[in-house]
Ligand binder design. Structure first.
Ligand SMILES: Cc1cc2nc3c(=O)[nH]c(=O)nc-3n(C[C@H](O)[C@H](O)[C@H](O)COP(=O)(O)OP(=O)(O)OC[C@H]3O[C@@H](n4cnc5c(N)ncnc54)[C@H](O)[C@@H]3O)c2cc1C
Length: 465
């Protein structure tokens, strides 16, 4: 069994599959290049005395704007409290108030339910604990390599081709889990690692797997506005502590909506930038407490020469999370026999048109574990064969500007049509353009503004949950 990707989803799958032998592919050392290690705010689970799974389910359905699948929401959210027990057993040290787990509040959550670690370094702590377990598990072989093709025979998966340095590695197998993360790197500005260009989705497309909801891409309103494509994130929790948006004139322009749902805030910030303003987060009210409450963000700001206690922080919207992906069932099974997916690359039905903050680490861990368990229980049944050629290397460079201009925070049909034409001309030589084309076509096909898919001038639409 092969797992492609060493973020939370891939590591949880590998641990759940033990003692079944697993080869886990990751391009670099575990942790590097994974969004999981960068997660700040935390992991949502209904653990508070005044909270319950039904409330967490209701918040998730509301954020998804009527396009979540209720059964998936109830299954995944319902598994949250047990997952926290599992993570504690695996050695994750969440922050506590005395003996009790500390629960933070985030926008669009009705109750405090965000578990966090070391203040704003939740993902790094979860990854630390999981990597230590994986490295101590003899059934897991870690290979530093990039998967380049999933080989498909008459009845499903027969192998994987990977590249390690200059060498092509052939891996015969009949079960593969894609746990390759998101697509933010297809845009000019993203909070994701730069390499998160949706490579797993390209592999799944090439294999013929069904994909869905590709048009739903969440933009975070507060990436630090510095040079480069991969921008550090300034967590929503900073606004939770009282920071407010201002522009270069010092004017507050969100009119009290600073903590509105993420897509609403992203559109407000985007519109202000489009109107020619510079946007800042004014956290001066938090004062000297900033450095102790948000040590990692304080360090990020310091590297950019900004002291949040005395200076406004320059921010801009950036591509953050992909709700769409490989269509999977409760065990992570895709439409192709032997091909599984979990984490951000998968489309489980949990997020619908928009993800509720802090539901994605939860989903990656729960669904990674479920896929690992399901795959470990399978009997080998298909012939294994790796005779196939390598597809062209994906190159996000030529698609980034077009994706940002036409598939960004606000979209319109004319722009998406332009993008479709441009991507169609490049797709045969560049799988990144092929994926961008599928995203643009999905955007064009969605005629109403709903969740994270916002049409310029369109009225925001929400189906009944
Ligand atoms: C800055 C930031 C902050 C966030 N904060 C939160 C938060 O507070 N709470 C929350 O719930 N979510 C948060 N998210 C989202 C969350 O981190 C991700 O959705 C989640 O971690 C995804 O986990 P994953 O295992 O699917 O992917 P990742 O953690 O991204 O791991 C994917 C791995 O696959 C590897 N890979 C990719 N392609 C290949 C290939 N072809 N071959 C081999 N390996 C490959 C990558 O290198 C990477 O190591 C945040 C995201 C970012 C970027």
């Amino acid at each position: 069994m092969i797992i492609i990707g060493g973020g939370v989803a891939g590591l949880m799958a590998a641990l759940a599959a033990s003692p079944r032998p697993v080869t886990l592919l990751n391009p670099g050392p575990l942790g590097a290049g994974a969004a999981s290690a960068m997660s700040q705010g935390g992991l949502a689970a209904a653990l508070g005395a005044d909270d319950g799974v039904a409330l967490h389910v209701a918040d998730t359905l509301a954020a998804g704007a009527g396009l979540c699948e209720r059964a998936a929401v109830e299954r995944i959210i319902g598994a949250g409290p047990k997952l926290v027990e599992t993570l504690l057993r695996l050695g994750v040290r969440f922050d506590r108030h005395g003996d009790a787990l500390a629960l933070g509040l985030e926008a669009a959550h009705a109750r405090p339910r965000i578990l966090h670690a070391n203040g704003d370094q939740t993902g790094a702590e979860i990854m630390r604990a999981l990597i230590a377990r994986v490295q101590a598990t003899p059934s897991i072989t870690i290979m530093q390599a990039t998967a380049r093709k999933i080989v498909i025979g008459d009845n499903g998966v027969t192998g994987v081709l990977a590249v390690r340095g200059d060498e092509v590695v052939t891996l015969p197998t009949d079960n593969v889990l894609l746990a390759t993360g998101g697509i933010g790197g297809l845009f000019s500005h993203t909070t994701n690692p730069e390499g998160a260009i949706g490579h797993g989705l390209m592999l799944a497309m090439d294999a013929g797997a069904a994909l869905a909801d590709l048009e739903f891409i969440q933009f975070h309103p507060t990436a630090l506005d510095v040079a480069g494509a991969s921008l550090p994130l300034i967590s929503e929790a900073v606004r939770g502590e009282g920071a407010r948006f201002i522009d270069e004139t010092g004017a507050y322009f969100m009119h009290g909506g600073d903590l509105a749902p993420r897509d609403v805030v992203a559109r407000g910030v985007f519109a202000h930038v489009q109107a020619g303003h510079a946007v800042f987060l004014d956290a001066r009210g938090i004062g000297a407490r900033f450095a102790t409450r948000f040590p990692a963000i304080a360090a990020i700001c310091a590297r950019a020469g900004i002291d949040p206690a005395t200076q406004p922080i320059p921010v801009r919207p950036a591509a953050h999370y992909h709700m769409g992906g490989v269509v999977v069932d409760a065990s992570g099974r895709s439409s192709i026999e032997g091909l599984y997916a979990a984490g951000e690359v998968a489309r489980t039905g949990l997020h619908g048109a928009n993800r509720l903050a802090s539901n994605s680490l939860l989903e990656a861990a729960i669904c990674g574990e479920a896929a690992g368990l399901a795959m470990a229980g399978l009997e080998a049944k298909r012939p294994r064969d790796v005779r196939a050629g390598l597809p062209p290397l994906p190159d996000a460079g030529p698609v980034r500007k077009l994706m940002s201009a036409h598939l960004g925070v606000l979209r319109d049909a004319a722009g998406m049509e332009l993008a479709v034409q441009a991507f169609a001309g490049m797709e045969s030589k560049n799988p990144a353009a092929g994926l961008a084309l599928r995203i643009a076509l999905a955007g064009l096909a969605r005629k109403e503004s709903v969740g994270a898919h916002a049409l310029a001038g369109g009225k925001q639409f929400c189906r009944a949950a």
